[in-house]
Design a protein around this ligand. Structure first.
Ligand SMILES: [Zn+2]
Length: 191
């Protein structure tokens, strides 16, 4: 596996170091992979799934380090607004959830009082031991078969709007097969 510095380098843009949150996120991935004893996540052929709990820095870092992507269903977003993610090793049937500790923010300004806030955070996120930055727990994650990478389901047509639906996302309402939008779960309103 590549080192933290390699990934920080890869996440740098135009010679600028990445935001502190990216460093925190990269280390979160490295910690999870270490605990799962996965040395090269890119060789996992979709047997590693990550459920990420926020937008912002974390999904990008997970994609960078683990190779998991939304497109092949190895990366999933459950927006809890938390700097946390669960790394699921399907082959070994185990999963670890890693959450960033809020206390690291405060601790960084105590440890590095004389420097800029972001710089202090960046230093802390590089230097603090894992235990000060994250809490971890082994967990069980139930993924429906249609959520697993590589699963295939025939597309069906919504009897209401006529749009095609994949991955078993259709629902039965009043004896008809319809899409979730027509079943009332629409996130948009026609204008
Ligand atoms: Zn529909």
């Amino acid at each position: 596996m590549k080192s933290l510095e390699d990934y920080i380098q890869a996440a740098s843009k135009n010679g600028q170091p990445p935001q502190p949150g990216i460093i925190l996120a990269i280390r979160m991935c490295l910690l999870a992979l270490k605990r799962l004893e996965i040395d090269n996540p890119n060789e996992r052929k979709r047997s590693l799934v990550v459920v990420v709990e926020t937008y912002r820095c974390l999904p990008d870092a997970i994609q960078l380090v683990t190779g998991c992507r939304l497109a092949n269903r190895t990366l999933k977003l459950r927006d809890m607004g938390k700097m946390a993610a669960t790394f699921v090793d399907l082959a070994a049937d185990r999963a670890i959830r890693v959450a960033a500790r809020e206390s690291a923010n405060e601790e960084s300004s105590i440890q590095y009082p004389a420097i800029d806030r972001l710089e202090a955070l960046a230093r802390a996120y590089r230097a603090f031991p894992d235990e000060d930055l994250y809490q971890t727990e082994w967990v069980k994650v139930s993924l429906a078969s249609e959520d697993l990478p590589g699963s295939h389901f025939p597309r069906v047509i919504c009897e209401q709007c006529g749009e095609g639906i994949g991955f078993h996302r259709e629902v039965r309402v009043g004896g008809r097969t319809v899409c979730r939008a027509c079943a009332g779960e629409r996130y948009y309103e026609p204008v």
